[in-house]
Design a protein around this ligand. Structure first.
Ligand code: ADP
Ligand code: MG
Length: 697
């Protein structure tokens, strides 16, 4: 049996392999590129490519691909063989420096939101040396960014790298002011906790809603759901255990630090969390994780559902994005320190995040806006659509002591002077209610809980990084201009607490009273749907910030707006058509057949004994027949709403139609069909029920 340490990263061209296989000079130069974001010396690319190719071929690879993340949300790859003819009629396996650095996939069928006119259909991919290459099946995958020939980003990695760079620049300015001259780079780190459902593959294949849309569009509640809370952290079933073991092994080979796994709240729901890494690598790894989760499920006769809301009435799935900033000298900037200066620095970075989240609530919300995630956010489960920050009672008390210049009620009971006094020690708040907060401080990191389970974490992190970079930029401007740094620092932190404390909320985020308080007294945003949230991307304050920091160009923002809204509209349209199809071809015929069988039974009974009342059958036939009529009418209104949608040609108007017309009509159709399900004999029901799916593994 091979051990975990033996298989870990065995399919990755990582530091160990590089060090062993590259000439010293090449290795050191590549390391500089990786660690400091320095451009790679072109002359070295050939040497790296040669070593990479030799390693890949030895490990069974026959092809290579530039692996990238177009705006479709999944990863894309086009495979090329290493194979090249040799003069002697045989072949050699080869990867050139040029092939490593740049690729030219035919980009015309990836979404560009009008960025790429058809005469300019080509895009190019560019090697991202900060994320290690790896072998998947028989293909060497080279992580790359994807751009148009005009240089506009057509992917999720490019803006992510730019946002990390923006944060690095501004954080370094702040650190210089604190005298941290040995720090050369600040990176953001993420540990994404991934939730998912597992269902039986045989059952899955009988449900066209799951096949086409990833979620159930119909389904009456099972008698048992999650109310007993007996699934959360419960014993893992053998079939699921086998799946998790297999999954871990696959992920470990690819260098993914899969670490914890447990059952989640809903039946059939589970979670996997890796150990955190730099945001860029964590994003690539999360994309890989989702892909491998689905692939491994197949081997176990299961299907992994990554949809945010596969089942109505039980919890949906998200991705907890644990985020922090750290220096190349190994310090976590969100970790309270030992000395007064470290503490002041900690508070400044903390307050920067608070300001960022308050100023750019809308960007954080829209970064996670999808048709699927709309079912989760604001639906009385997981985080609400209103963004707030949880700090815990102790840290909140520290901030309010600074705000009011009053003694901190902790151990020492004295007024805090930043940069002079130490912070009182506060313990990490582990109370359960912080699970309801969309943005919770958990000791030395923030946990952003609104990301959807199927979404890439890139967009959320682009917005977090950029918003925090902007807050740091403003702080650096103010502090650099100050005569007395300590005084200015104290005043600045105090000012910021006063200006942004409305975003801090330590109570229950699911509470209706909170939503009222947030939106009225505090003036926080409640952007309930994708159609509500997305237009905020094009607001001046947001465009100015994102273009000012060089994270997006204006045309990139406009194209992303179009693509994300288009995706919302198309997703719901597919759902609507699937519903109409299932209602017409499966549900209505099944209910009608059952009613007909009942009627036949009545006929038979009456011919045996005309005096029989057959009250049960007659009542039920009447109900069923009424429900089939209603279902037919409701299907027609859904179809009409789709036709009306197809007549609209502006994506903003389309998204409003989806929100105001199509989704409500779909909900009506579902209600009728779910009621019919509760009255129809099991043997007539055309596909597996909620009970079958949720308790069938
Ligand atoms: P929980 O949220 O269940 O309390 P943990 O806090 O231990 O669990 O970790 C959740 C995730 O946060 C893991 O992926 C972990 O690696 C990650 N994490 C821990 N520390 C940091 C950090 N400083 N920055 C970013 N992510 C972190
Ligand atoms: Mg967590």
């Amino acid at each position: 049996m091979t051990t975990v340490t033996e298989i870990f990263a065995s399919r990755v061209f990582d530091d160990k392999v590089m060090r062993a296989r590259l000439p010293g000079k090449v290795y050191r130069s590549l390391r500089e590129t990786i660690d400091r974001g320095m451009p790679l010396d072109q002359n070295l690319a050939n040497a790296v490519a040669e070593a990479m190719c030799a390693w890949a071929v030895e490990n069974g690879a026959t092809h290579f691909t530039h692996w990238f993340q177009p705006l479709t949300g999944i990863t894309a790859e086009k495979h090329d063989g290493f194979l090249n003819p040799a003069p002697d009629g045989r072949v050699i396996m080869e990867l050139t420096g040029k092939e490593l650095i740049q690729g030219e996939p035919d980009a015309s069928s990836f979404p560009s939101g009008g960025l790429r006119a058809t005469f300019e259909a080509r895009g190019y991919t560019a090697w991202d040396p900060s994320s290690y290459a790896f072998i998947k099946e028989k293909t060497l995958c080279i992580p790359t960014a994807f751009c148009s020939y005009g240089g506009e980003a057509l992917d999720k990695k490019t803006p992510l790298l730019r946002s990390m760079e923006a944060l690095n620049r501004q954080a370094l300015r702040i650190l210089r002011l604190f005298g941290g001259s040995e720090v050369k780079r600040v990176v953001t780190n993420v540990g994404p906790e991934q939730e998912y459902f597992l269902v039986d593959r045989e059952m899955y294949l009988k449900r066209r809603d799951l096949i086409y849309t990833g979620r159930t569009l119909f389904g009456a509640k099972a008698p048992k759901g999650q109310e007993l809370e007996d699934h959360y952290f419960g014993a893992i079933k053998p079939r699921v255990q086998a799946y998790m073991e297999d999954l871990n092994e696959e992920l470990w080979k690819l260098g993914v630090l899969a670490k914890t796994e447990h059952n989640e709240v809903a039946p059939a729901q589970h979670e996997l969390a890796p150990i955190y890494s730099s945001t860029n690598v964590a994003t690539d790894h999360n994309q890989l994780t989702m892909e491998i989760m689905k692939k491994v499920a197949r081997r176990h006769g299961l299907v992994c559902l990554l949809h945010e809301k596969p089942f109505a009435g039980v919890n949906g799935s998200g991705k907890h994005n644990n985020w922090s900033m750290s220096t190349d000298t190994g310090e976590n900037l969100l970790s309270p320190g030992e000395t007064p200066y470290e503490n002041a620095r900690f508070l400044l970075f903390l307050v920067a995040v608070i300001k960022a989240v308050d100023d750019y609530q809308d960007l954080l919300r829209l970064a996670v806006a999808t048709a699927g995630n709309d079912h989760r956010l604001g639906a009385n489960e997981a985080p609400p659509a209103v963004i707030s920050i949880f700090l815990g009672d102790e840290l909140s008390a520290v901030l309010s002591a600074i705000e009011t210049d009053s003694p901190y009620a902790g151990a020492e009971k004295k007024t805090l002077k930043l940069g002079v006094d130490s912070l009182p020690r506060f313990t990490r708040d582990t109370t359960d209610r912080n699970r309801t907060s969309p943005f919770a401080f958990t000791g030395n990191k923030f946990e952003f809980r609104m990301v959807g389970s199927s979404d890439s974490i890139a967009c959320a992190n682009v917005m977090i990084n950029a918003s925090v970079a902007e807050a740091l930029r403003q702080f650096a401007d103010a502090l650099e201009a100050a005569d007395n740094f300590d005084d200015k620092l104290h005043a600045l932190i105090r000012e910021q607490i006063i200006a942004h404390k409305r975003i801090i909320f330590n109570g229950n985020g699911y509470d209706d009273a909170w939503i009222r308080e947030a939106t009225t007294e505090r003036g926080l945003l409640n952007l309930r749907t994708t159609a509500d949230a997305l237009p905020r991307l094009l607001e001046k304050k947001n465009m100015d910030m994102l273009t000012g920091l060089g994270v997006f160009s204006e045309s990139e923002l406009r194209s992303r707006y179009e693509i994300q809204l288009e995706n919302y509209v198309r997703t719901v349209r597919i759902e609507a058509l699937t519903m109409a199809d299932m209602a017409r071809k499966e549900i209505i015929p099944a209910v009608a057949a059952y009613a007909a069988a009942l009627a036949e039974g009545v006929g038979a009974k009456k011919s045996a004994d005309p005096s029989l009342a057959c009250a049960y059958e007659t009542k039920l036939i009447r109900k069923l027949s009424c429900l089939t009529d209603c279902a037919d009418a409701a299907t027609e209104t859904v179809e009409k709403a789709v036709t009306a949608l197809d007549g609209i040609h502006d994506v903003t108007a389309e998204s409003c139609h989806v929100r105001d017309e199509l989704l409500p009509r779909m909900a009506e159709l579902r209600a009728v069909c779910d009621e019919a399900e509760t009255l129809t004999a099991s043997s007539y029901w055309p596909f597996p029920t909620y009970g079958d799916l949720l308790f069938g593994v």
